[in-house]
Ligand binder design. Structure first.
Ligand code: NAG
Ligand code: NAG
Ligand code: NAG
Ligand code: NAG
Ligand code: NAG
Length: 297
């Protein structure tokens, strides 16, 4: 019956007298929120609700989004993903307003919607709905995060999640200059169609510098910004390296002390030995002297 109604509307297309108005510019809906697809019409004479037919469909696939006919909603043929998500005010229809409320917007709702209206005559118009979702606050990390020295090439990674559509990333240096070289940005969509963004900037490390990563959502404008400060001093001596250095130094010291003790003992021993030998020699000499004395007398 709806397709018959639609066919009838199509046939009347050339005779369309009624003006149906929708926004010219794409409408932007926030992910997870409700949005109103605006559609107004101007009927010439007073009419009853039962005389109004409204039909919303996806322009490309012709899938049924919402229908109102004979004074009632006709949701039998409604596309499954629009179930319980659409609302149209019958009272507003009497004021030339066929706007459709779409609840809990998802990424898949993005696209073109056609609003058909028939009262005495017939008209239609299509609008484009864009979905926008803000990204999470970006986070910048430094890879690898040990053993940086000025002159090293390091990768700065900026990550953010859950946004839509794809964002651009503006990397800036300390002076606020936008960097354009050695940047790779990629997007990965999750099941809901929302993007995770990863942007990698490769730089040659200077003794001390600050970089910022700013997300720009084509629909929502500037979003989160993150900074990373790299100081040659602290990155050259991250905690692990510092403790390893201290540990080695302590080991070396202990070793030196032990060595010194051993040496001292060795020196002392050899000294004693020498003295003992000396004493033994003296004793021998004495003995030989005393032994010889009786022979003399
Ligand atoms: C849609 O209609 C509402 C209410 O009439 C209005 O406030 C809003 O600006 C309209 N949106 C667009 C994109 O025309
Ligand atoms: C509106 O409906 C009433 C009764 O339901 C009828 O008497 C009247 O003629 C109708 N008006 C129009 C403009 O169709
Ligand atoms: C729509 O709502 C009705 C009543 O609240 C519920 O029984 C039905 O399962 C819902 N359908 C969908 C697709 O969520
Ligand atoms: C159309 O009707 C809806 C629901 O009553 C209302 O929120 C909206 O402002 C109306 N739009 C215009 C242009 O009157
Ligand atoms: C980009 O990387 C290349 C190779 O690592 C390097 O020679 C060049 O100077 C870099 N460009 C900038 C602007 O840092």
């Amino acid at each position: 019956m709806l397709s018959l109604l639609l066919a009838g509307m199509m046939a009347l297309h050339t005779l369309a007298l009624m003006e149906v108005q929708v926004p010219d510019q794409p409408m932007v809906a926030l992910y997870g929120q409700d949005t109103r697809l605006n559609c107004t019409f101007s009927a010439e004479s007073p009419y009853n609700l039962s005389a109004v037919s409204v039909f919303w469909q996806l322009t490309d696939t012709k899938r049924n989004v919402y229908a109102f006919n004979y004074g009632l909603e006709q949701l039998k043929d409604q596309g499954a993903r629009f179930a319980n998500r659409t609302y149209l005010s019958p009272q507003s229809l009497l004021q030339g307003n066929a706007s459709l409320l779409l609840r809990d917007v998802v990424v898949a709702d993005e696209g073109s919607y056609t609003c058909f209206v028939r009262v005495q005559s017939y008209g239609s118009a299509a609008l484009f709905l864009q979905v926008a979702a803000p990204y999470s606050q970006p986070v910048v990390t430094l890879e690898p995060n040990v053993n940086h020295r000025p002159g090293d090439e390091v990768a700065l990674t900026c990550e953010a999640h859950g946004g839509y559509p794809q964002a651009t990333v503006a990397w800036r240096d300390e002076g606020g200059h936008t960097l354009t070289d050695n940047i790779t940005t990629s997007h990965v969509a999750n099941e809901q169609g929302l993007f995770s963004l990863t942007s990698v900037l490769t730089v040659v490390l200077e003794p001390s510098s600050t970089y910022s990563c700013q997300l720009i959502n084509p629909l929502l404008g500037e979003e989160g910004k993150a900074f990373v400060s790299i100081s040659g001093q602290s990155t050259a001596f991250p905690p692990v390296a510092l403790w390893v250095t201290v540990g080695l130094a302590v080991c070396l010291l202990v070793l030196l002390i032990a060595l010194a003790a051993v040496c001292r003992r060795k020196i002392k021993e050899s000294c004693e030995e020498a003295r003992r030998e000396e004493e033994a020699k003296e004793l021998e000499e004495d003995e030989s002297k005393t032994a010889m004395t009786p022979l003399k007398s």
